[in-house]
Design a protein around this ligand. Structure first.
Ligand SMILES: *Cc1c(COP(=O)(O)O)cnc(C)c1O
Length: 368
């Protein structure tokens, strides 16, 4: 069996450090918003190249609270991609604003920046690009459109921590960047967690209030907030893991290179990396017309795969009210029928990649 991700392999490579960090937290008796969260916020801000970082309960909450902190709400529109995890659009809707979907660039699966301008109306307040699978979206074009139209930009970096656009880390390019520490992300905790990075001190302060019941001073509440905090055990684990994230991202890139080289001769599309950016391969995603057949055959051969995502957001039942229909956003719809994510994690062995590609080849070339 080759799993899609193997979190145990990573744990075993740093077990002593993790166990020590976790038991220190338990001994300290301080579990919520303590010294580890504070230290992790400093370390992540330095890593991403921003002035501030605010730990929150999840990546979803990082998106939701940063939109709120930036003043987005009822009556506003936010432009985003339909080809993403539901949390991206859910966060917009939870503020009372309306998500407006723009189709993807079929080669990178990221939002097609050239289609954004035509969707801007007076109610449009922000653009929410997603750096899907670990590859930065076209941030130069997106930032130019935003500046020209006085829009905010919130980056969904859930799959892309450490990825760079023109030498700058994702999260530091827009007005706020949202990280997820869900276990399967490139920097994953052992539970839920998230963080917002920003250069804006006011936004950071607002986030610190929103995450803990609208207060900065205990039992004095100046606005309506939430309970959305990062806990000390997650922060302690993440501080250990942050030291390795570049090494692990490098290992992912190494596996992607092997896949790319071996897959080159096969009738399928490899991940395309656009110029001036690095891809950190949270997912290694191919595109193939006979996707369902291939997935089934790989499964029969003990190789796990996944489809991110089988139904684009504009066609989800929850968004029926937005008025999209089949054919509205054909690039995303075709993507949903053809993408397949293959096993990808830093500890994946080269020989396993070779075996996976062998099986793909025998399925697609009909020798299987
Ligand atoms: C994982 C993910 C999120 C949500 O993060 P959680 O920490 O699971 O809440 C949001 N957007 C994208 C693109 C993701 O992959």
């Amino acid at each position: 069996m080759i799993p899609l991700v193997d979190l145990r392999a990573q744990y075993h490579s740093i077990k002593d450090e993790i166990d020590e960090a976790v038991s220190q937290v338990i001994e300290s008796g301080q579990f919520i918003l303590g010294p580890n969260v504070k230290a992790l916020e400093k370390e992540i801000a330095a890593y991403c190249g921003t002035d501030h970082a605010v730990g929150v309960g999840s990546g979803t909450e990082a998106l939701h609270l940063s939109l709120l902190a930036l003043g987005i709400g009822e009556g506003d529109e936010v432009i985003t991609t339909p080809f993403t995890f539901v949390a991206t659009a859910e966060a917009i809707s939870q503020t009372g604003a309306r998500p407006v979907f723009v189709d993807i660039d079929p080669s990178t699966y990221n939002i097609d920046a050239s289609q954004i301008a035509e969707k801007i109306i007076p109610r449009t307040k922000a653009i929410l690009p997603v750096h899907l699978y670990g590859q930065p979206a076209d941030m130069e074009e997106i930032m130019a459109i935003a500046r020209k139209n006085d829009l905010l930009v919130v980056e969904d970096c859930a799959q892309a921590i450490g990825a760079e656009y023109r030498g700058r880390k994702v999260g530091s390019l827009g007005d706020a960047g949202c990280l997820s520490f869900f276990p399967s992300k490139n920097l994953g905790g052992y539970g839920d967690g998230g963080m917002v990075v920003t250069d804006n001190a006011e936004t950071a302060e607002k986030l610190r209030m929103l995450r803990t019941h609208g207060s900065l001073r205990k039992y004095y509440h100046s606005l309506l907030g939430f309970n959305s905090r990062l806990d000390e055990i997650q922060a302690a684990v993440l501080r250990v893991k942050l030291k390795y994230v570049d090494q692990w991202n490098g290992a992912r890139q190494g596996k992607a290179e092997i896949y790319n080289r071996l897959i080159a001769e096969l009738p399928l599309a490899r991940p395309a990396v656009s110029p001036e950016r690095t891809h950190v391969y949270n997912q290694y995603t191919i595109r193939v017309a006979e996707r369902d057949l291939l997935q089934e055959s790989l499964g029969r051969n003990g190789i796990s795969t996944a489809i991110y995502y089988p139904l684009p957001l504009h066609l989800q039942m929850v968004y029926e009210n937005l008025g999209y229909s089949v054919g509205s956003l054909p690039g995303s719809e075709r993507g949903s029928r053809e993408v397949l994510s293959l096993p990808m994690y830093p500890e994946l062995e080269d020989s396993q990649v070779e075996h996976i590609v062998d099986v793909i080849g025998s399925v697609l070339l009909g020798t299987h």
